[in-house]
Write a protein that binds this ligand. Structure first.
Ligand SMILES: O=C(O)CCC(=O)C(=O)O
Ligand SMILES: [Fe+2]
Length: 422
């Protein structure tokens, strides 16, 4: 596939199999080796979209063989060596054949960043230091916890999936607040949402809306709505256990509207690869033609979490679907074999988790793992999601995308802060 081949060329980094792979595998028992393999495969899977096709064969092979080995015999001292040897060879094969990139690099997102690498803001003035984040613990599916969101209010948070951590908060927003947002959007006017189905199309009008059929608008701060927005930001901050600045310095509240036939195919709210790039919300990349696409060539999204509010009931359809929530890696890879796996018009029912829109309900999920210090880590591919076709009625949503920096960038201001400060 052309797309795969061309992006794979970019990953032509050195393989560190001699110092990483061999040394580790030599000192492992089968269980550890299996865990290690799955972890590596998982990392690769999360980090490097382009090798998905290659990885499938190896991961499946590895899974089958190791599962078989574990079941077929107790591993005695006698055969331990041969098992190790086998694992060793498989890992070498895996690295030799298809994976021409550095394992170190893949793991780097999960390792603590170098303290000295902290980037200082231009001009030296620190307006806000992003603290270490603590994500809400999902515990297990169905788990209910009460989260204090300030103002002597607590909300019920119900776990919908563990990986990604995905939660439902019934009645997070009052009817009045939902109506306020709908009204403000109608007053401002909504426009057709422009999203590409894949990153691969050339830009032309006919390509717009392949990935999404909906209308949208942004609720920008104004004198009239600042009190409302601040109240909502505080609730969001309370829920996410972050200072309100984190919400305020993220992008503005986005409103989406879907008529019958409207949908949004599965996508990630943050980028998959390019961990080396700075976060878009902390950079002023030159916009070429004023579009987000080129924009992403110099920065990455860094949307740590998504907090989505349902502003109204939908008579039929319009579920938010998470095709891979809590799915095993082999299952996920298998689903991705279908060229159209992201097509929710076709695959809504197969999604692992589907959330029915209900007025006032919010859902929250984390698009990224935390790194070892509690800052932005790698993207979690199980966070793929989208909106199924609305069948009857109109679907209204509002979204807070919560931007969070990498550890090294915790002192850098958000460009959204800069804008409101000017
Ligand atoms: O419409 C939905 O339920 C999901 C919307 C979404 O994923 C987005 O706006 O990024
Ligand atoms: Fe999304």
């Amino acid at each position: 596939d052309d797309d795969v081949a061309s992006s794979c060329v970019k990953l032509d980094a050195d393989v560190t199999r001699d110092n990483v792979g061999h040394a580790m595998v030599d000192s492992m028992d089968t269980n550890t080796a299996w865990n290690y393999f799955s972890t590596i495969v998982e990392f690769m899977n999360n980090k490097v979209e382009c090798i998905m096709t290659h990885i499938t064969i190896t991961a499946d092979h590895l899974q089958t063989t190791l599962t078989h080995e574990k079941q077929s015999s107790e591993i005695s001292d006698d055969n331990a060596d041969s098992v190790k040897h086998d694992a060793h060879n498989k890992f070498s094969d895996m690295l030799n054949q298809d994976f021409k990139f550095s394992v170190d690099k893949l793991l780097s997102d999960f390792l603590p960043a170098d303290e000295d690498a902290t980037v200082q803001p231009e001009g030296g003035e620190v307006v806000f230091e992003y603290p270490k984040m603590e994500q809400i613990k999902p515990v297990k599916v169905g788990h209910e916890q009460s989260v204090d969101i300030g103002d002597e209010t607590s909300v019920k948070v119900i776990t919908l999936s563990v990986n990604p951590p995905l939660f439902e908060i019934p009645d997070f927003m009052s009817n009045e607040d939902s109506d306020y947002i709908i009204e403000a959007s109608n007053e401002k006017g909504l426009h057709t949402s422009r999203v590409f189905a894949t990153g691969n199309e050339t830009r032309s009008n006919s390509d717009y809306d392949k990935g999404r059929v909906s209308n949208s608008t942004l609720i920008l701060e104004s004198k009239e709505n600042v009190a409302f927005l601040t109240k909502l930001q505080k609730r969001a901050a309370g829920l996410l256990r972050v200072p309100v600045e984190v919400i305020r310095y993220s992008q503005p509240l986005a409103v989406g509207q879907y008529y019958p036939g409207g949908f949004y195919h599965s996508h990630m709210d943050s980028n998959i690869a390019d961990a080396d790039k700075p976060c878009c919300f902390q950079t002023t990349c030159p916009y070429i033609n004023g579009t987000e696409r080129e924009h992403l060539e110099c920065c990455q999204m860094c949307r740590m979490a998504t907090l989505l509010y349902y502003l109204d009931n939908v008579e039929e359809g319009g579920e938010t679907a998470f095709p891979f929530a809590d799915k095993s890696l082999p299952d996920m890879i298998r689903s991705m074999q279908d060229q159209q796996w992201h097509n929710l018009t076709k695959n809504c029912e197969q999604a692992a988790v589907r959330v029915k829109p209900q007025k006032g309900k919010a859902i929250l999920w984390y698009n990224h793992f935390l790194d070892k210090r509690g800052y932005l880590g790698a993207v979690n591919k199980r966070g793929y999601h989208g909106g199924c076709n609305v069948k009857k009625g109109v679907k209204w949503i509002a979204t807070h995308w919560i931007q969070y920096p990498k550890y090294e960038h915790r002192l850098l201001p958000s460009k959204y802060f800069m804008k409101s400060a000017v």
